[in-house]
Design a protein around this ligand. Structure first.
Ligand code: NAD
Length: 285
């Protein structure tokens, strides 16, 4: 079985970006800038933000973290977003979710300038994805497509099942897989918590994408021999980090599969850097 090594692939993508950024800095006299807003003390969010900061620094992106007290008001948070929208040294704005209770995350996301929305969550960018127009793509699904490209596993003409319909993974991933292109052009089925006969749907798939949030939800018996399995899940359990798929069992019969950790997660960060570079180039063109 081919292990889809997201860690290695992400490092390769990040190195390519580092070289590109060096050239861009010389040409335009400044480095790409990413503003990261972290509200409150959520431990997982703090780790994610730290990892993003380190990746930015290594690639040559100037990342500025705005660490804000959980007691911030909606108006104050909106003011910060507006200020960053108007700051020419900021190419990308990332609002780390979830926000503490009482803050309206959707309202904040919609306030981010779509040209700086490197997470691809703004309705304008989501709409552009739907229409097949260029725009920022949500980092996790876009990172998954890059991983398939790098391992030369085209989805064109294949049956793909996406389990999960969240706005950040399931829905945009399904939409990307049904666009035109070798690493799209799939016949896509989306399964979710109310799907009847989910196991049979999955069994028919050449490509299985699991974004559920339930440890080892996808069992070996559900997966066709020779399928490609992409596990998005990150579940903290007594065994440590576990994906949504039963890796040890499925690896016996799958053609290729992502491990957890070291699969999709690192690709998400690499895509964030790629989106920030894209925003920088757009701002300088
Ligand atoms: P979410 O909770 O927003 O969505 C989960 C989806 O799973 C829902 O659409 C729901 O319909 C579906 N679901 C729940 N129970 C189900 C069931 N019994 N049968 C079928 N479908 C069911 O989650 P999300 O934000 O999409 O994240 C999913 C997982 O991916 C989580 O473990 C999360 O931590 C992980 N994640 C990883 C990355 C990464 O970079 N690797 C990024 C985002 C999310």
């Amino acid at each position: 079985m081919i292990v889809l090594n997201g860690k290695e692939t992400a490092l390769a993508v990040r190195e390519e970006l580092r070289v590109e950024i060096e050239g861009l800095k010389e040409k335009f006299g400044r480095a790409p800038g990413l503003a990261v807003i972290l509200v409150g003390e959520d431990p997982a969010s703090k780790v994610y933000v730290r990892n993003k900061e380190i990746a930015c620094e290594k690639a040559g992106i100037v990342s500025t973290a705005y660490k804000i007290d959980a007691g911030v008001s909606q108006d104050e948070l909106e003011d910060l977003i507006l200020k960053l929208n108007n700051d020419d040294s900021v190419d990308g704005i990332l609002l780390q979710l979830p926000l503490p209770k009482g803050l309206d995350s959707q309202k904040c996301l919609e306030l981010i300038d779509p040209g700086k929305d490197v997470d691809g969550f703004h309705p304008v960018n989501v709409g552009k994805l739907m229409l097949g127009l260029p725009g920022f793509r949500s980092c996790t699904p876009a990172g998954i497509i890059t991983l398939l490209e790098r391992y030369n596993l085209p989805t064109s003409g294949k049956k793909a099942v996406v389990i999960g319909r969240s706005n950040i993974v399931g829905k945009p991933l399904a939409m990307m897989l049904m666009q035109y292109g070798d690493f799209a052009n799939a016949t896509v089925t989306v399964c979710h918590s109310r799907t009847a006969g989910l196991a049979e749907e999955v069994k028919g798939a050449d490509f299985v994408f699991a974004a559920i949030g339930i440890p080892k939800f996808v069992k070996k018996e559900m997966v066709k021999d020779g399928a490609v399995v992409v596990d998005v899940g990150i579940n903290r359990t007594d065994e440590g980090l576990v994906g949504d798929c039963d890796y040890e069992a499925i690896k016996e019969t799958a053609k290729a599969m992502t491990p957890v950790p070291g699969g999709v997660g690192p690709m998400t960060i690499a895509q964030l850097l790629a989106n920030t570079v894209e925003a920088f180039k757009n701002h300088n063109s």
